[in-house]
Write a protein that binds this ligand. Structure first.
Ligand code: NAD
Ligand code: MLT
Length: 319
């Protein structure tokens, strides 16, 4: 294994809280932050990454195999957040580059955002608000539904999925779910009834996904799945674009098979599917799941501490 003793130059290319910079500098690292790089060409990004040992990103910077192969000095990629799907981790492994994330730092914020979207969907809060602000008083247009007694299906029962379950149980929603790595017995300890996916779809009034984006979760919710759901099902995605097939969702909204969707993440960001985000039954936010002061401080501190611990040879989490 390489020696990491001389690893001290870091580049931050996304909007990571300043605590990360402060902690690294206090521990002898040289840190440059340039958040315009995420939007520049791969060549420009590579030119800067070639000068550093450590690259720190959120989700906007795409750390492709070209960036990794073009940066022989790079030893560590730090992700201030959970998902590492914007990093080619296979290429990083091939080149002996360590990839770290900060599991848990934004769990509560992402879970709270999901719950907020579920409540907003049930009561059409964004469109009712926009209508009133435009000068209208259309009470009858915004008839909502109670969450009480409705069934929420949670696909992915990891950190965020479980926190969503706990919170929505307080609205008296019935929480059911699926996760290939969690048993039915384990699910019961946090109040979720386990179903295989094929049995889960027809039971749900609301479906929320909390899985990582990868080959096996690409278009996990597609035309066929939507056709197996209850008519009028509502969908929530605060995980990753590409887990729900956007065109299939749009068709379902147009046909009435789905009566609403709340999306924080998109197949392309900023989203290209304008028909979907402008659909009257869609609530959308620009990837804000982790955008709270608390979560951003937490992930910045966690990542800086992990980098410092790594350099000092201490044991690690989030690797
Ligand atoms: P986690 O690793 O704690 O949980 C993910 C769960 O998904 C695991 O339990 C895993 O077993 C399960 N899973 C994997 N494949 C599955 C499949 N095919 N079907 C069902 N379950 C499957 O991760 P987490 O902290 O709960 O985060 C989940 C995802 O949410 C992250 O990967 C990230 O992409 C996303 N996220 C988004 C935001 C945001 O700002 N919108 C914020 C944080 C996290
Ligand atoms: C994550 O995976 O942690 C999210 O994309 C949140 C973020 O980085 O803002």
């Amino acid at each position: 294994m390489d020696s990491y003793d001389d690893m001290n130059r870091a580049l931050i290319t996304d909007d990571v809280d300043s605590q990360c910079v402060d902690m690294l500098i206090a521990n002898g690292f040289l840190v440059e932050k340039d958040i315009t790089l995420a939007k520049q060409s791969q060549e420009q990004l590579i030119k800067k990454v070639q000068e550093v040992d450590i690259l720190i990103v959120r989700s906007a910077t795409k750390v492709t195999s070209a960036v990794i192969e073009g940066s022989p000095r790079l030893k560590l990629i730090g992700r201030a957040g959970t998902g590492t799907d914007n990093i080619d981790t296979e290429a990083a492994t091939r080149h002996g580059i360590l990839v770290m994330n900060t599991p848990g730092g934004n769990t509560l914020s992402a879970a709270e955002h999901t719950c907020t979207l579920i409540c907003s969907l049930a009561r059409a809060i964004p469109s009712a608000c926009a209508s009133l602000k435009s000068g209208a008083w259309h009470r009858s247009e915004f008839m909502g539904e109670e969450l009480n007694g409705k069934t929420l299906a949670i696909v992915g029962l990891g950190k965020i999925g479980r926190e969503v379950a706990k919170r929505m149980q307080s609205f008296n929603m019935k929480t059911i779910g699926y996760d290939p790595f969690i048993t039915a017995e384990q699910c019961l300890t946090f109040g979720v009834e386990f179903f295989e996916l094929k049995d889960l779809w027809p039971l749900a009034d609301y479906i929320t996904v909390h899985v990582p984006y990868m080959e096996g979760t690409h278009y996990l919710i597609n035309d066929e799945v939507l056709s197996l759901c209850k008519r009028g099902v509502k969908l929530i995605n605060v995980a990753r674009g590409g887990i729900i097939d956007e065109n299939a969702l749009l068709d379902a909204l147009n046909s009435g098979q789905s009566s609403g969707a709340a999306l924080d993440v998109f197949e392309q960001e900023p989203p290209a599917n304008l028909k979907l985000i402008q659909h009257p039954l869609v609530i959308c936010t620009p990837h804000l799941g982790a955008s709270t002061r608390e979560a951003q401080k937490r992930v910045a501190i966690d990542l800086a501490q992990q980098i410092i611990d790594f350099k000092q040879g201490h044991s690690l989490i989030g690797v």
